[in-house]
Design a protein around this ligand. Sequence first.
Ligand SMILES: CC(C)(COP(=O)(O)OP(=O)(O)OC[C@H]1O[C@@H](n2cnc3c(N)ncnc32)[C@H](O)[C@@H]1OP(=O)(O)O)[C@@H](O)C(=O)NCCC(=O)NCCS
Length: 210
Amino acid sequence: MNWLAKVGGPTGSQPPDFGPGQTASGPVLRAVVAADEAALGRFFARLSLQSRYERFFSGIITVPDETLRAFARADQVDHVALVALEGGQIVADGRLVHDGTGEAEIAVVVSDAFQGRGIGRRMVGALIEQARARGWTHIRADFLSENRRMIGLLRDAGFAISRDAHSAVFGHGALSLAGAGEPTVPPPARNPVTMEFAQAPSALTKEESA
Ligand SMILES: CC(C)(COP(=O)(O)OP(=O)(O)OC[C@H]1O[C@@H](n2cnc3c(N)ncnc32)[C@H](O)[C@@H]1OP(=O)(O)O)[C@@H](O)C(=O)NCCC(=O)NCCS
């Protein structure tokens, strides 16, 4: 649940590849690298208070430097971190943190101006693929119980949605990847992985619905 406290990992060293994000083909997803730290700071600082609250479950104004450092240094092995880029700017951040038992926690946030364009859906799909590729068996999601967009998105992705047994504030999502089989990639993605959105960019250019 305490996402801020759970992150960590060795330093990524490769420079960010902003190239595809600057093309006319629309946002791309790629792995976070250490050099993204400042850009991640700007991304989180631009979020509305509401989005930050929905992401971190607190009214933090500034994401602490220590957290940004840890976010940028995701090892891409047990801490998978992806960003979506539009025009060279980070417009979404998505993460999976593996607990060592086959279960990973997922968290996603999209820039307010880019919400409702399908980026969150694609980010969740890409993270599920990353979990499968690692042979992980379960993904867990924690969210505020009134977060209808996240609930809809997770449900569509196959998550079972439940209320928190002890608090009306939180809800949970659980996705079983059992039967996923052997990992399809070796300890993956220490190198940046660039994954172009498979869908046509039209879904990414429609009017903002948020
Ligand atoms: C939740 C969040 C990640 C979704 O990303 P997004 O890019 O806005 O979502 P998408 O455009 O991919 O929409 C995904 C689905 O959400 C649902 N959805 C979209 N807008 C909705 C709305 N206003 N109300 C309810 N459901 C909605 C739909 O099922 C939609 O599918 P569709 O494309 O068929 O319409 C994004 O809104 C966000 O960053 N919110 C703040 C942070 C947060 O809540 N993170 C989750 C906790 S970790």
